[in-house]
Ligand binder design. Structure first.
Ligand code: SF4
Ligand code: SF4
Length: 457
C-alpha cells in the first residue's frame, strides 16, 4: 500500500519505549521494548526521502536507508529486509549498538532542521527481528558449497562471537541475538574452531599452507595502561576483564574471579576511568551488579566525551555519577586500592588532534573512596608478529597490521587483514564494512589465482 512520506511535519519522533529505570537497573535485559508494527510504519513515514540522504552518507555501510524506510512505511517489511540485508550482514546488531547519534541519525536532515531524527536504528532492528521471526533469514550452505568455498574460523576464545559475546553487555545486545547469527553461520557450513591460538596451536605459515587465503581479523584487545603511583594495588582491573566476567556469568559459566567477589561490583564503590562506549558499558554493568556507588572519571567535559551521548544519558538515568574534567593522580591503599586521588582539569588550547587539551589545575586534588577501579582508556593491538610466530608480518608503528589499502592484502601473499587490527579500535559497524570489503578482495585474489593456474596448465 502506498504511504505518504514526509510525516515529520505531523508526527513527533518516538523511539520504542525505554523500560523504567528502576526496573531496568535490576536486570541485564535490553532497555528498549520492541517497536510494534504500526509504530514502525508510522515512524518510517516521517522520512522526507531526501535526494541526497545524509543518513546514508554517514552510515559506514552506506545502507539504503530511505528505500527501506519507505517500504516499512508501506508495510512491505520483507522487501525492506531484503534491501537492508543487501548492504549489512547483521542489521539487527547495528540497529541495537551503533552509536546512531554520531552516524545515520545524527546526520538525518530532519534532525538538523529541529524536528527530531527518523529513528533509523530502531526501525532497522524492527525489520530484521521481524525477518528472524518470520523465518526469512536462512542458512546458505548450498550456495556456499556451489561456490566452492570452505571457510574455517580459528578463535582463541571458548565461544564464537568475539566482542559481541564477551565485550558488549546484554542490556545493549542480548546474547541470543549473537548466538542466533553464529548458529546461522554454522548451519551455512562455516567451521568454527574455538580455543585455538595461532602461534601456539599452529603457526601462521601452517595455516597458509592449509588454506588458500587467510584473513586476520583479531580485533585489538590490549588495554591501555594508566601509569600513576599505586597502579599495582589490588582491585584495579582493565574494562575487558570486568565485562567478560559479567558476560560469562550471564551465560551461565563458572567464573572464579567473579564468584569470589573480586570482579563483582556488588556493595562496592566503583570508579571507572574513561569516557568511551566501553566505559559506559562498565558503569552500567556495575549499576546492575548493585554497586554501592558508581563514578565515572573523564578528563574532558560532557560535550567532548568520545562515547555515544545517548549511552551517557542512559547511564545518568541509571544513577551513575560523572565527574568530568578530572584525571586520576594516584591510587592509594595498603594492599588493595582504597582511594583514588584526582586532579581537576581545565580545557586549554587545541592539541594536534584539534581537540582542546585538558590541563591539570594546580592544587585541585581531591580523594574519592574506591573498592574497585576499572580502567577503560582504550585498546591497542597486541604484538601479532610475536604472538603468531610470524616476524615477517609487517605492522605499523602503532602495531596495527599494514595492508595494501586497495587489495587489503598484508605483505604476505594470500594473507589479508581487516577490522580493528588494521584501523585501530573502532565500531562494530566499521568491522562489518571491512569484512565485506575483505571478502570482495579475497574473491578477486582467488579468481586471479585460479585464472593463472588455468593459463599455466
Ligand atoms: Fe545507522 Fe548503523 Fe544502521 Fe548504518 S548500520 S543505518 S549507522 S544503525
Ligand atoms: Fe530520511 Fe533523514 Fe535519511 Fe533524509 S536524512 S532520507 S529524512 S532518514
Amino acid at each position: 500500500m502506498k504511504k505518504e512520506m514526509l510525516q515529520f511535519i505531523k508526527l513527533n519522533q518516538q523511539t520504542p519505549n525505554k523500560r523504567k529505570t528502576d526496573k531496568r537497573k535490576d536486570d541485564f535485559n535490553e532497555i528498549y521494548n520492541e517497536f510494534i508494527n504500526e509504530k514502525a510504519k508510522e515512524q518510517s513515514s516521517r522520512c522526507s526521502q531526501c535526494g541526497v540522504p545524509f543518513c546514508q552518507i554517514h552510515c559506514p555501510l552506506s545502507n539504503n536507508i530511505p528505500d527501506w524506510l519507505k517500504l516499512t512505511a508501506e508495510g512491505r517489511i520483507k522487501e525492506a529486509y531484503e534491501i537492508s540485508q543487501s548492504t549489512n550482514n547483521m542489521p539487527e546488531v547495528c540497529g541495537r549498538i551503533c552509536p546512531q547519534d554520531r552516524l545515520c541519525e545524527g546526520n538525518c536532515v530532519i534532525e538538523q532542521s529541529g524536528h527530531g531524527t527518523v529513528t533509523i536504528g530502531s526501525i532497522e532492528k524492527y525489520i530484521t527481528d521481524t525477518a528472524w521471526e518470520q523465518g526469512w533469514i536462512k542458512a546458505c550452505a548450498e550456495e556456499l558449497r556451489k561456490l566452492g568455498y570452505q571457510i574455517t574460523i580459528y578463535d582463541r576464545y571458548d565461544r564464537p562471537g568475539g566482542l559481541l559475546i564477551y565485550g558488549i553487555p546484554n542490556f545493549k545486545l542480548e546474547k541470543f541475538v549473537v548466538e542466533r547469527r553464529t548458529k546461522l553461520l554454522k548451519d551455512s557450513g562455516i567451521k568454527f574452531i574455538q580455543n585455538f591460538e595461532v602461534g601456539k596451536d599452529k603457526t601462521l605459515d601452517q595455516l597458509r599452507e592449509e588454506h588458500d587465503t587467510v584473513l586476520i581479523a583479531t580485533g585489538v584487545y590490549k588495554a591501555r595502561e594508566i601509569k600513576i603511583p599505586g597502579q599495582d594495588l589490588k582491585n584495579i582491573y582493565p574494562a575487558m576483564d570486568f565485562l567478560t566476567a559479567s558476560n560469562k556469568k550471564g551465560l551461565g559459566d563458572k567464573v572464579d574471579l567473579f564468584d569470589n567477589g573480586t570482579l563483582n561490583a556488588e556493595g562496592k564503590n566503583v570508579i571507572v576511568i574513561g569516557g568511551g562506549d566501553t566505559a559506559m558499558d562498565c558503569v552500567r554493568t556495575a549499576v546492575r551488579q548493585k554497586a554501592k556507588s558508581v563514578k565515572c572519571l573523564y578528563r574532558r567535559d560532557r560535550e567532548n566525551m568520545p562515547g555515544s551521548a545517548r549511552e551517557v544519558g542512559n547511564a545518568i538515568e541509571e544513577g551513575v555519577e560523572f565527574i568530568w574534567l578530572t584525571s586520576p593522580k594516584r591510587f592509594l591503599g595498603k594492599d588493595k586500592v582504597e582511594e583514588v586521588e584526582i586532579n581537576k582539569m581545565v580545557l586549554g588550547e587545541p592539541d594536534s588532534s584539534g581537540r582542546k587539551k585538558p590541563v591539570i589545575q594546580k592544587g585541585s586534588e581531591v580523594k574519592l573512596s574506591a573498592d574497585l577501579i576499572i580502567k577503560s582508556l582504550g585498546f591497542d593491538p597486541e604484538n601479532l608478529p610475536k604472538l603468531f610466530n610470524a616476524n615477517e608480518l609487517a605492522v605499523s608503528k602503532w602495531g596495527t597490521i599494514k595492508i595494501d589499502l586497495k587489495t587489503m592484502q598484508t605483505n604476505l601473499d594470500g594473507v589479508f587483514a581487516a577490522g580493528d587490527i588494521v584501523r585501530g579500535a573502532s565500531l562494530v559497524v566499521w568491522a562489518i564494512r571491512d569484512g565485506r570489503d575483505a571478502a570482495i578482495q579475497i574473491e578477486k585474489y582467488l579468481n586471479n589465482k585460479a585464472e593463472k593456474t588455468f593459463q599455466a596448465a
